[in-house]
Every structure is written in C-alpha cells, then in structure tokens.
Design a protein around this ligand. Structure first.
Ligand SMILES: Cc1cc2nc3c(=O)[nH]c(=O)nc-3n(C[C@H](O)[C@H](O)[C@H](O)COP(=O)(O)OP(=O)(O)OC[C@H]3O[C@@H](n4cnc5c(N)ncnc54)[C@H](O)[C@@H]3O)c2cc1C
Length: 388
C-alpha cells in the first residue's frame, strides 16, 4: 500500500511524526477556534531542533538542506497541524544565511538556533502595490550611522511571535535605477524595540484562517547601518533565493495537506454506508479522490526536483514555482474531494476538514498567487512576452 512506503528521510519523518502525535487534532482545533498561536507546539519543535534545521552546524543548527526542511514541514501538515505558524523561520532565515555578513550570522543565528530569538517575519507586500513588488513605496534613507525607514506593509505574518523582521525597502528611487528590481535593500529590524520606540505600529488583520498577519506602519524607523543585509540595492535579488525556498517549503506543506485530505476521505468513504454500500464504492466518489491523489503524487515529484536543485546551488526558480503551483492546486483538489464526500460532516468543526480546507486554500494566493506563477513560466521559461 502507498501509505506504507518509506523513503531515505524516514528517520526525520518518524521523529517529527512522534512529536506531532503529542499535539492531536483537538489541540489544533482549539487553537484555531480561539484564534491563538500554537506556542507549545512551536516551542516543542524548537526544543527538538527542527526549527534550526537549515542553520549551519557552526552556528548551532543541524546544517540540513532544504530537502530535509521540506520533509519537516510536510510532516507537520500531514499530521493535521499547520506549518503556517512557524514556517517563516525556515525560509526567512535563508536570506540571512546566504547573504548576511559573518558578524550578522554570529550575532543572530546561534540565538535563533536555541530559540532565544525568533526570526519569523518578512515584510515585502504593500497595500498599494501588491504583487508588483518593484513598485514598493516603503523607503530607507541613510542618515549618519542609521537607515531611516518610512512606509507601510500589509499581510505581514507572525510579527507578534517574532523578535526580528526582514524588511524590503527602496533605497534608490525606481526612476534612478537601470532595472526596476535594482535599488531595493533588505534590513533586519528588531521588532520589539521598534514598537517600544513607537517607530513601528502593528495592526492585526482578522482573517479566514488562524494566520497571525498584520498591517505595519513605519514612522521614521531608525535601523543601525550594520543591519543592512548583503549589498545595498541588491535586496530584491537577495530575497529571491529565500523566496524560492519559501515556494518549495509551501509546496511540501501543501503535499502534506494533500495526503492528509486523501487519507481522511479514503477512511471515511470506506466506512460510511449509504444506499446499502460504502460510498467509496461509487465511481462518482472514488474517481475525484483518485484524481486528487494522482495530482498530489505528481506535485511531490516536482517538489523533490526543486529541492535537489536548490540544495545543489543550481538555478531552481522554474522548478520552485512549478512545485508550488502543482502542490497548491492538488491539495485544493484533495480538500474539495474531502469536504464533499464527508457530506454534512465536512462542515462540522470536530472533523477538522473545514479547518484544513481553509488553511490549504490560502496557498493559491500567498505567498505568490497562481497567476503570478503562470506569468513567470510564460515569460521566463517559455520566452513569451512579459504579461504583467
Ligand atoms: C494570510 C496571509 C499571509 C501573508 N503573509 C505575508 C508575509 O508574511 N509577508 C509578505 O510580504 N506578504 C504576505 N502576504 C501577502 C501575499 O504574499 C499577497 O497577498 C500575495 O502576494 C498577493 O498580493 P495581493 O494580495 O496584493 O494581490 P494583488 O497583487 O492585488 O492581486 C490580486 C489578484 O489579481 C491577480 N493579478 C494581479 N495582477 C495580475 C496580472 N497582471 N495578471 C493576472 N493576474 C493578476 C493576482 O494573481 C491575485 O489573484 C500574506 C497574505 C495572506 C493572505
């Protein structure tokens, strides 16, 4: 049977599964109902070292690759949990690991590895520019030993549970650069200190999923010059490697969701008897489940391909985007089949289907919407004219 397959990451899977088993459906359901943060769960993942998987050993982490990190994320979602509460650290940290100075890495990474510090947030999206990132209006101006940041961001997640935020700001006006993607820089911001000084205001956005996300307002936020990550003006390029990691990890989460939905719906449709036989004996029920499962499996292959390229330091923009596209689409198909064939019970909180259904729906829109992926493939892979 497929569900008894093992792979070379079985040790990681077994360990993460054992940890997740301590946080059963009831735990995640209650957290969702209360719109709370799964603090104990994230703490347990941190204590067990999983949140430091990508941090090199010399900085106190386990020095694993994106492939292993993706397995951790997949298992969390496959267990019925939601990696959305903690996945930020996995991919945001990559920007610091790949582009941070030695001094920055020594300052932050060991404390992030032990859990003393959290780097869970990355502030890119803005209310008036949305997916058109190169048009961002948040700007940073150098004044003496500081950068001074002004502007506004939207949908910035986990700020209440992060000590640090990576912020993208324009440092050279767009009309003074060669390419629109030039002239932006990334900064590491101490979220608590900035709020204490009144230079950063955080306003939560109530939303459909239990996803802690916010509007941010920067009012003459002073950031020490040494908090610039990488090269001034190359921030967008630096972010891209982190964004590819983000896409692959989210793909893995969707794959975890896809297996969760197919497991649950298979079990339910074998047991539920209507018109004298299990509903799963009907082709009208069985085929959409089989179709979703096939699509999850195919998405999984593209996820391994993207992971392999990323870990080998090869270009992987196309594969990371395609993995995210296929995985988000297939988990959504699986979610639809799962809720449909649970009938009315799909809507009952106690089955967790409606919660996971909401959670997985997000990934058609964030962190990059499906249309933007199609535009990327059209232009950068197929050589079609730029469409946006
Ligand atoms: C719960 C949640 C958490 C988030 N967390 C973060 C975070 O931590 N940090 C962060 O920086 N951002 C975050 N985001 C923002 C997210 O990345 C954006 O919502 C997403 O990139 C889409 O941008 P937008 O909402 O501005 O949509 P828009 O850019 O306004 O687009 C709206 C729709 O129109 C489509 N569209 C736009 N232009 C075109 C075109 N030319 N062709 C075809 N279709 C088009 C888009 O695909 C999309 O479906 C989060 C969002 C949510 C909902």
């Amino acid at each position: 049977m497929y569900d008894q397959r093992t792979d070379e990451y079985q040790d990681i899977r077994d360990a993460v599964r054992a940890l997740c088993a301590e946080f059963p459906d009831e735990y995640h359901r209650k957290i969702d109902h209360e719109r709370a943060y799964p603090e104990e769960f994230v703490e347990a993942l941190t204590r067990a070292g999983w949140m430091a998987a990508l941090i090199p050993e010399e900085y106190g982490g386990s020095g694993l690759g994106l492939t292993e990190a993706s397995v951790i994320m997949e298992e969390i979602n496959r267990s019925g949990g939601n990696s959305g509460a903690c996945h930020g650290q996995m991919y945001v940290i990559n920007t610091l690991i790949k582009h941070g100075s030695e001094e920055q890495k020594r300052k932050y990474l060991p404390r992030i590895a032990t859990g003393d510090l959290r780097l869970q947030s990355m502030a890119v999206t803005e209310p008036t520019t949305g997916s058109d990132t190169t048009k961002i209006k948040t700007n940073a101006v150098r004044k003496g030993e500081n950068w001074v940041i002004n502007g506004q961001k939207v949908w910035i997640s986990r700020v209440q549970h992060s000590d640090l935020i990576i912020v993208l700001a324009r440092t050279t006006p767009v009309d003074q650069v060669k390419k629109p993607s030039d002239g932006m820089s990334i900064f590491i911001v101490d979220a608590k200190e900035a709020q204490a000084k009144g230079q950063l205001v955080v306003k939560p956005i109530p939303n459909m999923v239990n996803h802690e996300t916010n509007e941010l307002f920067f009012d003459n936020l002073e950031v020490p010059a040494e908090n610039l990550i990488g090269t001034e003006g190359a921030g967008f390029k630096h972010l891209l490697s982190g964004l590819n990691a983000e896409r692959v990890l989210i793909a893995a989460e969707c794959i975890g969701d896809g297996y969760w939905f197919t497991d649950r719906v298979v079990k339910y449709t074998k047991e539920r008897v209507v018109f004298g036989r299990p509903i799963g004996a009907n082709q009208g029920v069985q085929f959409p489940i089989a179709e979703a499962f096939i699509e999850v499996e195919a998405a999984n292959l593209m996820r391994w391909q993207a992971c392999r390229l990323y870990d080998a330091d090869q270009p992987c923009g196309a594969e990371a985007n395609m993995a995210k596209y296929l995985a988000a689409k297939s988990s959504w198909e699986a979610a639809n089949a799962c809720i449909q064939f649970h009938g009315g019970f799909g809507f009952a909180n106690e089955y967790d289907v409606e919660r996971k259904f909401r959670e997985t729906r997000l990934y058609q829109v964030a962190p990059i919407s499906t249309n933007m992926i199609l535009g990327y493939i059209g232009q950068h892979v197929l050589g079609l004219p730029k469409s946006y």
